[in-house]
Design a protein around this ligand. Sequence first.
Ligand code: NAP
Length: 311
Amino acid sequence: MTTLVIGNYSDIDHAALTRTFDPVFIAGPGDLAGLPADTRAAVRAVCYKGHAKFDGSAMDLLPALGLIANFGVGYDAIDVTAATARGVKVTNTPDVLNDDVADLAVGMLLSQVREMEQASAWARSGHWAAKGEYRLNRKFSGGKVGIVGLGRIGREIADRLAAFKMEMHYYARSEKQTPGWTYHADPVSLAAAVDYLVVALVGGASTEKFVSKDMIDALGPRGIIVNISRGTTIDEAALLDALETGRIGGAALDVFLNEPNIDPRFYALDNVVIQPHQGSGTVETRAAMGQLQRDNVSAFLAGQPLLTAVN
Ligand code: NAP
C-alpha cells in the first residue's frame, strides 16, 4: 500500500511525510502518467498540495485510490464530484489557518486605507526630510465594512474589524447568528451600503466572478476591495478596469487569476496592495496544516473516521 505525495512541501513537512508514510513524491498531477504502472496501482492515499487541477482523468491513473488529503482549506483544484463518483474521499485543513488569513486580510485593508506602502516609500525616498509630512489619508476605525462570505475565515475577519468599531454588514447564502450585524441577501445591496468589501468566499465554479462589475460599481470610487479567497471569485477584468479608471478607490489582493503570473496591469497601479498568496503562510500554521493533512491520511490507512472530510 503506497501513499503518494503531490506538490512542493516545506523541509519540515517533507521530513514528516517521509517519516510517517515513506511515500512516493511527485511535483504535480502532470507527473502521474510518468510513474511506473505498478507504483500507481499500489497508491491508496494521495497528499495533495497546489492549485493545478486534480481531475477525474488524474484519479483514473490511480485505480486503488481511496483518499485525497488536501493541504489547505480551499479544495477547488480537486474535482470533488469526480472523486465522489469514484468512491474517493477528500479531506481539507479547515480552521487551523483562520487566524492567519484573517490577520492578513485586516492588515491589507489597514495598509490600503492608511496608504502604508506609499507612506513608507515617501520616507525611504527622502521626501519626508526634503518635502515634509506625508499627505493626510483616511480614518480606518469606524468605517463601514461588508464581508462577502461569513464562513469560518469571514467570521474571524468580521470579529477583528468589529473591534475597530466598524459598522458591520455581510452577505452569506443564509443569515447567521451575529451581534446585530446587517445581513444582505443581495450582494449588490451589500456593496452599496459599505466603504470596504472583504471577500472570503469559497473558490470554484459556484462562485466564479461572484464579485461582479455591478458590485464593484455599487461600491464606488471611495470603495476598497480586499480578496483573500481565490482570484476566481472576482471579475478580475472588471476590477482592473475600475481600478484604472478610478471607479473604485483601491484593492488589497492576496489572490489572483493565473497566479503567480498575475496580470501585469496590477503592477502599474499604486492603489493596489499586492500579496503573493501568503494568507496561511506562517511557520506555525503551515505546520498545523501539514499535521492535519497527515492525520487524515493516518486515519484513513488505519480504517478510522476521517477528521475533516469534505465528501
Ligand atoms: P467556509 O467556512 O466554507 O466559508 C465559505 C463562505 O463561502 C461561506 O460564507 C459560504 O456561504 C460561502 N459560499 C460557499 N458557496 C457559495 C456559493 N455557491 N455562493 C455564494 N456563497 C458561497 O470556508 P473558509 O474556511 O472560510 O474558507 C474560505 C476560502 O478562503 C477557502 O475556500 C479558500 O479558497 C480561501 N483561503 C485562502 C487562503 C489564502 O491564503 N489567501 C487561505 C485559506 C483559505 P454560506 O455561509 O451561506 O454557506
